[in-house]
Design a protein around this ligand. Structure first.
Ligand code: ADP
Ligand code: MG
Length: 463
């Protein structure tokens, strides 16, 4: 494993640890092989055979995907794949038999949806239902629209376009609509896929010369749900194909539900005609949760965990982690696990200890990178996409160096990771950018003031 893969694997393991509490499962994770495919920006975990690929995909696919997004600024995709015919080493993932992992999907108190996806070519997380969705000021509209769409698909809001930062509940909400439709209107033909799935299907269909079948499959649906549609950025062929899919479904009044980390016009390189279409229906924005919603969310999770968390602990967590449900969930689980493992009661002192220790490694830094790009682009009146491009004009290259400098100061990413994030630069180019900014700051007080201003604004936002 290369150094970068090694460091990515460590981040992956600590992130997955916040989700998986079963020791055997963690043992399994610690022994997986881990490969990072630079070209496709994908983390790949090879497994011995198709059965295992299928099994682990169903069991851990969504969790792995969601943590992988946060281990690197380029938000890599994730997949299990059948290994090339290499012998399997001792104590590789296959050493743990699937049977020991059954029935650990959810603690008993969670209201899991029945598994209706047995006949479907996709899997949903059974916990991601409307019942388990906490509604607050931040997501009230998005929730209301999603409910309306689940009751009468194709009628109003088409497409329903859910926008929100990482960990704010987009996937949960999209899957809640799917669960609801599968239960209440099982005759409707629905398909849920992360955008990556659509792109991969499209590529596979082209390679096999099976475009007709591909088109028929997507265009004969009643409801198409595509998560993380911002993944279409920089993929012209897929954008073109999706444009036609969109038109066919829209013309037939078939419902589409899409989600994205940013609004349509901010998806880099997204064709104008798609931007326009994405805005045809309703844009449902999810904002970061307020303090009250964070506490309500944590109460709900505490109940699911079947543990009693005193109010001051819930308030402490809500005050410390402010902009991401996924982080909040990880934090409360960590505190619960720590109490269990050490046999202590859940107290404020314990929560403080665990959370402050973990926060440095938290993927809250991920939210930071988006904030950094936005702040720098805004300050210099350029586009976010320019910052990650190869453009050499000074009006772009200087702000890019500043963004690199701020990313180094404000996140835990390595120089290699930062380089990859800023358009595939190597480690020494990143160093050079940082040196350059530091040099200017020393010689130009006005420049220094400006950079420090952006930095302190970003710091206060992420506290
Ligand atoms: P996103 O897709 O926006 O990155 P997710 O849907 O994956 O976010 O949500 C991250 C985690 O937080 C999931 O475990 C999800 O169940 C939980 N979550 C997010 N929003 C809510 C909510 N409003 N109520 C309950 N759980 C939520
Ligand atoms: Mg998601």
């Amino acid at each position: 494993m290369s150094k970068i893969e090694d460091s990515l694997k460590n981040k992956f393991i600590s992130a997955i640890e916040t989700i998986v509490s079963d020791k055997k499962e963690m043992y399994w994770f610690k022994n997986i092989e881990f490969r990072f495919d630079d070209e496709s920006n994908t983390v790949v975990v090879p497994l011995q055979n198709d059965f295992l690929v299928d099994f682990y995909e169903k069991k851990f696919g969504p969790a792995c995907r969601s943590v992988t997004e946060n281990i690197m600024p380029s938000r890599p995709a994730f997949r299990f794949e059948k290994a090339a015919d290499t012998p399997v080493a001792k104590e590789t993932p296959q050493a743990v038999q699937p049977s020991v992992m059954r029935n650990t999907d959810a603690p008993a108190a969670q209201k899991a949806a029945p598994d209706q996806t047995a006949k479907q070519p996709f899997t949903l997380n059974r916990i991601y239902t409307f019942d388990n969705f906490v509604v607050g000021h931040c997501n009230r509209f998005a929730h209301g629209m999603a409910l309306a769409v689940s009751e009468s698909p194709g009628r109003n809001y088409n497409p329903l376009f859910v926008v929100g930062g990482v960990g704010l509940g987009k996937t949960h909400l999209l899957q809640a609509v799917c669960h609801s439709i599968l239960t209440k209107q099982p005759r409707l033909k629905i398909h849920y896929t992360p955008c990556e799935g659509f792109v991969n299907d499209y590529i596979a269909a082209m390679q096999k010369g099976a475009m007709d079948a591909f088109r028929h499959r997507y265009r004969s649906l009643d409801i198409l749900v595509i998560d993380d549609i911002h993944w279409l950025a920089n993929k012209e062929g897929s954008q073109e194909e999706f444009f036609h899919t969109f038109n066919a479904l829209h013309d037939a009044a078939k419902q589409m539900i899409l989600s994205s980390d940013v609004s349509p016009k901010d998806i880099p390189t997204l064709e104008e005609r798609l931007v326009t279409r994405f805005e045809w229906g309703a844009i449902a924005k999810i904002d970061p949760p307020s303090f009250e919603t964070r506490v309500a969310f944590l109460r709900n999770k505490a109940e699911m965990l079947g543990k009693i968390f005193p109010d001051d602990v819930l308030e402490f967590i809500s005050n410390t982690i402010t902009n991401n449900f996924r982080e909040l969930e990880g934090a409360i689980k960590n505190v619960g696990i720590a109490a269990e493992v050490t046999g202590q009661e859940i107290t404020l002192a314990l929560a403080r200890d665990i959370i402050l220790k973990n926060i440095v490694h938290s993927s809250a830094v991920q939210t930071g990178t988006t904030d950094i790009l936005n702040a720098v682009a805004r300050a210099f009146g350029i586009k976010v996409s320019d910052l990650q491009s190869q453009k050499r004009r000074k009006s772009v290259s200087m702000p890019r160096q500043i963004a690199i400098y701020l990313t180094k100061r404000l996140t835990n990413f390595s120089l290699e990771e930062i380089g990859a994030f800023f358009g595939g630069k190597n480690h020494s180019t990143v160093m050079y950018s940082i040196d350059k900014v530091e040099e200017y700051m020393k010689t130009d007080p006005l420049f220094r003031q400006r950079i420090e201003g952006i930095e302190s604004e970003l710091r206060s936002k992420n506290l």
